[in-house]
Write a protein that binds this ligand. Sequence first.
Ligand code: ATP
Length: 300
Amino acid sequence: MKVIECKDLTKAYIGKNALNQLSFSIEENKITGLVGRNGAGKTTLLKIIGGFLKETSGTIQVFSERPFNSLNVSAHSIFVDDKMSFPPALQLYELLEAAGSFYPNWDMDLAERLFDYFSFDRKAYHQRLSKGKTSTFNMIVGLAARCPLTIFDEPTTGMDAVVRKDFYRALLKDYLAFPRTIILSSHHLDEIEDLLEDILLINDGKKHLHMPMEELKEWAIGIKGATATVLEWSDKKELIYKNQIGADTLYAVVKNDFDEPSLMKASLAGLKITSVSASDLCVYLTSESKGGIDNVFSDR
Ligand SMILES: Nc1ncnc2c1ncn2[C@@H]1O[C@H](COP(=O)(O)OP(=O)(O)OP(=O)(O)O)[C@@H](O)[C@H]1O
């Protein structure tokens, strides 16, 4: 069953289309990673899915309904980010109890265990937590709510590396025990790629690709070797990225439509064939054609 379906979804802000004719669907009980550069439109998309923002044109259906102002969508989903707001008069533990009366699938035992594991003080106040602790508390609410649609928008903002690792592990364990539809936007694709089943890459408000993570890992290959040989082997291939290393070595990333015998021949020709990590590939696919940061400092 499709939990989210959008067609030609567009969101216009004054002078800018944050989302531009986006069409895709997400099946239930999958973890999808939403990735893209800063300003690509991830938060805008997630807020439209969560029903907080109204689309400008196109259609979006979440649980077969238009999400904007839909009681059904808000009853079945949770949107977790570092700006989640809670009643300021309540202490942290009281917030967990209040969440328990709001979310029908709330697991208080899980919430308490995570709360203690991350050493929260029951009497502390949400608005006085540090950045990392705020994200950690919000993540606990997001996990324990067990909503059929759970949206995490950059949930690890401010968390240190150890807490991020714990969060990914907790997310995976709880998802395996209680499968649900999860969308996770993150700039740390290298950290989450083993968690994801599908990846949706958006660039400048448009869909760049949407595919199973396993496919993405095979989607491109890196070829490194003598410049002339690499150019010969990458000729007529879809070139995604290239980097000249020293005087006569070139590294190129191309779409992987080679068959096994050709890869073998390339190796025999002295080329080093490597896989390309999903996070590197996403960076290459969405990099702007302005050269690197070094160009800012050259010719001054
Ligand atoms: N309320 C708004 N009014 C005008 N423009 C906006 C508004 N909100 C977002 N934008 C613009 O829409 C574009 C997409 O923003 P969005 O926050 O969705 O991107 P993002 O992919 O989440 O970025 P980041 O990774 O930096 O958080 C950006 O150019 C942003 O400046």
